[in-house]
Design a protein around this ligand. Structure first.
Ligand code: NCD
Ligand code: ZN
Length: 349
C-alpha cells in the first residue's frame, strides 16, 4: 500500500503547555487529532476553576480542529473546596490527574506523598473525600503511576498496590493508569481489566520504541529522557504486544511533553515532544507489525468508548508513502526522531 487513511486520532494524554509554547506546539496536535486530553501540569497548574477558565480561552485560540478535553490537577486543597469538582466538570474537564509528589515535571510540593498514597485505607486520608466526589460525578481518575521514595526503575511496579486500593475503595470510580512502561503494569492491567472495565491504561509512542539504552546506554541522551523512564527490552516488548492486542482497555496517550532544548540539556527536564511525528510514526509502527487494521481501535475508538464520547464523523487523515524528514528543532524544541527520515508523510490540505 502507498496510501493509508485513518480517522483523526484521539490523543488521551498530551501536554500542550501555555503561553508561547502552547502556540508553538498546539498545531501539531491540531493537524492529526479529533480529540485530545490535555494535562494540567502547567505553571501555575490547572488546579482551581478560575485557572481552568483562562486556560480554556488560551487553548481555544490555538486549536482549530481538535476538540480539547480538559483535566484538573488534583491538589489536597480541593478537599476544602469539593464544589470545585463539579465546576471543573462544567468547564469541560473529564478527568482529574493525580501526580505523586516529585516524580515528574511540575509535581513538587503537592503534598501527595508516599505516605498519603499508602494510607488510603484510613478514613482520615485527605484524598478520600475528593476521590469520592470524583466518583459521584463520574470524573475519571488519571494516574501518574509512580510511587515516590522507590528506586526510579521500580516506582511503577510499586505503585500498583495503590491502584489496587483505589479500585477497592471506590467501586464505581473509573481509572486510567497513564503511560505504562513495565511488564508488571501490563500484567496488572490485563489481569484486572478482564474482570473490571473501570480500569484502562494508555501507551505512548516513545515507550513502544525506546529502552533505557537509548537514554543512558551509550552517551547520555537527554532528549530520550522522560517519566516514567524507558525500561528494559522485555518491558518494551510487553508494551508492543499490548499495543497489538485486541484488548479494549488500552489506548493511545502520546504524553507529548515539549521542553526547550536548553531546559532538557541543562536542567535535565523529563519529557519527549512526539506530536510532530505522532501519526506518521504510529502508521510506520503498525505497518511494521502488519497490523494497520488495529490502529483505529488503538488510537481512536477505545478512548472514545472509555470516555463515553460519541465517534465523530470527520474526514479521514491521509498518509502517503513519501519520505518525511523530521526537523532537528522546532522553535527551539527537539521533536522525537529529530533528523530521521520516516517513510510516511501526512497529506495536509
Ligand atoms: C511530562 C511533562 O514534561 O510535563 N514529562 C514526562 O516526562 N512525561 C510530565 C509527565 O507526564 O510525567
Ligand atoms: Zn504526561
Amino acid at each position: 500500500v502507498d496510501e493509508v487513511t485513518l480517522p483523526p486520532l484521539f490523543d488521551a494524554h498530551v501536554h500542550l503547555r501555555d503561553g508561547r509554547m502552547l502556540e508553538i506546539v498546539a498545531p501539531y496536535t491540531d493537524r492529526c487529532c479529533s480529540r485530545c486530553v490535555i494535562m494540567p501540569n502547567t505553571q501555575p497548574p490547572l488546579d482551581t476553576p478560575l485557572r481552568l477558565v483562562s486556560y480554556r480561552q488560551a487553548v481555544a485560540h490555538s486549536l482549530t480542529r481538535t476538540q480539547p478535553l480538559y483535566t484538573f490537577k488534583i491538589s489536597l486543597e480541593q478537599t476544602q473546596h469539593l464544589n470545585w469538582l463539579s465546576q471543573f466538570q462544567s468547564l469541560g474537564a473529564i478527568a482529574g490527574k493525580l501526580y505523586p509528589e516529585g516524580v515528574t515535571t511540575n509535581s513538587a510540593h503537592t503534598g501527595i506523598s508516599r505516605d498519603v498514597l499508602l494510607s488510603l485505607d484510613r478514613q482520615t486520608n485527605p484524598l478520600r473525600p475528593l476521590l469520592a466526589e470524583m466518583e459521584r460525578l463520574g470524573l475519571v481518575l488519571c494516574l501518574h503511576g509512580e510511587l515516590p521514595g522507590e528506586f526510579c526503575l521500580d516506582r511503577e511496579s510499586a505503585f500498583l498496590e495503590v491502584v489496587d486500593e483505589l479500585l477497592a475503595l471506590f467501586p464505581s470510580l473509573r481509572i486510567v493508569l497513564e503511560h505504562i512502561t513495565t511488564v508488571d503494569a501490563v500484567r496488572y492491567v490485563t489481569s484486572h481489566a478482564a474482570k473490571d472495565d473501570r480500569l484502562a491504561c494508555t501507551l505512548t509512542l516513545h515507550h513502544l520504541l525506546l529502552t533505557l539504552d537509548h537514554v543512558v546506554g551509550d552517551a547520555l541522551d537527554p532528549h530520550s529522557f522522560c517519566k516514567p523512564v524507558a525500561k528494559a527490552p522485555e518491558d518494551r516488548e510487553a508494551l508492543v504486544r499490548l499495543a497489538l492486542a485486541d484488548f479494549s482497555q488500552v489506548f493511545l496517550g502520546s504524553d507529548s511533553a515539549p521542553h526547550l532544548c536548553s531546559s532538557k540539556e541543562h536542567q535535565g527536564c523529563a519529557g519527549i515532544f512526539s506530536a510532530p511525528v505522532l501519526v506518521e510514526r504510529l502508521v510506520q509502527f503498525f505497518e511494521e507489525y502488519d497490523a494497520l487494521a488495529l490502529l483505529p481501535d488503538f488510537a481512536v475508538r477505545r478512548a472514545e468508548h472509555f470516555y463515553r464520547l460519541p465517534s465523530l464523523d470527520l474526514p479521514p487523515l491521509v498518509l502517503v508513502r513519501r519520505p518525511f524528514l523530521v526537523p532537528e528543532t522546532i522553535q527551539g524544541i527537539r521533536p522525537f526522531g529529530a533528523g530521521e527520515t520516516l517513510p510516511w508523510t501526512l497529506h495536509q490540505e
